[in-house]
Design a protein around this ligand. Structure first.
Ligand code: ADP
Ligand code: MG
Length: 456
């Protein structure tokens, strides 16, 4: 394997783990220069990148490199100027050039985000594949496009990570503007909403913020679950919501779980969320996954054999972002090998995605993910605290420790409040049983697992 191939593979892996914007910012114009005695030298374009890679992403880089070559012990980052890079670039094969083109394209997309609406034009109905897992959400979204503010208000879309919520809610915004240019649309992630509320409180510019949100015909707030536990934001949300709603303005919300599973929101907030149409997006079926892969291939002007497409679709089932990431890797690899790729090679590429994160979860991480999910403190989960709202999260923590980490019953009992092992057995059996009759519980546990492995 050449340095070039090695770095491509590292980039493909990191791309899956961090946001697109960060990926482009920090990994553009980087590459491997040398390897000696287990030390890899990576070149970066400037001091800024160097600092970030050393301090923030070194772990990612090292892990990805070790997946390829377990002898690697250390990474050394050095700065190379544009000119030096240009010389290197001219000397290398097509792979690097493709990579550069690919990065530029991504950067172009980032730049294209509309300043006024915050919408990314990439997300449209045209490139949203519809299947049984998302047809209800899709139909509701289309209804909102044609009857904004009147048909389903609010529209609440929920589903696991990477299943197309952001794509769908942004497609609604883009389509509405396409049909009527005078419509004012605003898209905000709930993190952005929260940080704007906080800034407005600090700068005493609440009026401005209110106007900014209330002047819209369509307000889209993505990942609304993040306002749980933030009272001032909920208050502002309710006020904004009421003002828009009374004026027949459309509100669209997305979340990783249904309203009733979002703990730490006030009842009046929850009832607003539940007042319109709630639609979920589930895991895509095999045919939908194949259709998505084929559409992406067409978009990128690439082709892969049906066998390879089916193989990828069969092996990545629960996250469309990962499905795309896997496809990008396979495309990159097939380019390096001149357009053909064997199933064995695809298997190797995918095995890094599929089995990669499983290895690294531990007790501490699991407890953190469960307590974050239910918005309770780790201490409550770990002590004998008998508060009612802690009981279920603790049982779920026990269940996951048993099933995901294979911890013994006595061990789990001793770590979670010094309980007897029979208490743990009882808790696990209870969850096991409820899973059969309670679809929401299954969704909840799947979500927690997703968070567990995606943040490991
Ligand atoms: P979420 O917001 O639910 O985490 P995203 O909307 O960001 O997920 O989707 C993840 C990726 O998968 C995006 O690149 C998106 O374009 C793509 N995607 C999701 N659903 C579909 C679909 N039905 N058809 C085509 N692409 C999809
Ligand atoms: Mg999203």
């Amino acid at each position: 394997m050449t340095f070039e191939q090695m770095w491509q593979s590292v980039l493909a892996e990191i791309e899956l783990q961090i946001s697109r914007a960060n990926f482009i910012t920090w990994f553009k114009n980087t590459g491997v220069l040398d390897k000696k005695d287990g030390v890899i030298t990576v070149y970066v374009p400037n001091n800024f990148s160097k600092e970030w890679l050393e301090n923030k992403y070194n772990k990612h880089v090292l892990r990805a490199l070790r997946n390829i070559d377990s002898d690697i012990k250390e990474v050394n980052y050095i700065i190379r100027t544009e000119n030096e890079n240009a010389n290197i670039m001219s000397g290398i094969k097509k792979g690097k050039i493709d990579r550069a083109v690919f990065e530029e394209q991504m950067e172009f997309e980032e730049l294209e985000i509309n300043q006024e609406t915050n919408l990314n034009p990439r997300y449209t109905f045209k490139n949203f594949i519809v299947g049984p897992s998302n047809e209800l959400a899709h139909a509701a979204a289309m209804a909102v496009v044609h009857h904004p503010g009147t048909k389903y208000n609010p529209l609440f879309i929920y589903g696991g990570t990477g299943l197309g919520k952001t794509h769908l809610v942004q497609a609604v915004g883009n389509e509405i503007i396409k049909l009527d240019k005078t419509k004012k649309v605003k898209y905000a992630s709930s993190e952005k909403f929260v940080s704007e509320v906080v800034a407005a409180i600090r700068n005493q510019s609440m009026e401005e913020l209110k106007n900014n949100y209330r002047k819209n015909d369509i307000l889209i707030i993505d990942d609304i679950q993040f306002i749980a536990g933030k009272e001032k934001c909920q208050e502002e949300f309710v006020n904004t919501f009421n003002s828009l709603y009374e004026n027949n303005k459309q509100i669209i919300l997305s979340s990783d779980r249904p309203p009733k599973s979002i703990s730490a929101v006030e009842e009046r907030v929850r009832s607003r969320w539940e007042g319109g149409m709630i639609a979920d997006i589930g895991y895509p079926e095999f045919e939908t996954r194949v259709a998505i892969l084929k559409a992406k291939l067409q978009e990128k002007n690439c082709s892969l054999s049906d066998e390879v497409v089916s193989y990828v679709a069969n092996n990545i089932q629960k996250n469309i972002r990962e499905l795309e990431g896997a496809l990008n890797r396979v495309i990159a690899a097939s380019r390096l090998t001149g357009g053909v790729i064997t199933i064995a090679e695809v298997e190797k590429i995918l095995s890094q995605i599929i089995t990669g994160p499983k290895k690294t979860i531990n007790f501490k991480h699991l407890i953190k993910v469960v307590s974050d999910f239910y918005d309770i403190s780790e201490k409550d989960l770990l002590t004998r605290c008998r508060k009612k709202e802690i009981v279920k999260p603790r049982q779920i923590a026990m269940y996951l420790l048993r099933n995901e980490l294979k911890n013994s019953f006595p061990y789990i009992g001793s770590k979670l409040g010094g309980r007897d092992h029979t208490t743990v057995i009882h808790a696990c059996a209870k969850i096991e049983k409820e899973i059969h009759s309670d679809k929401n519980l299954v969704d909840e546990i799947n979500l927690i697992k997703e968070k567990l492995y995606s943040t490991a």
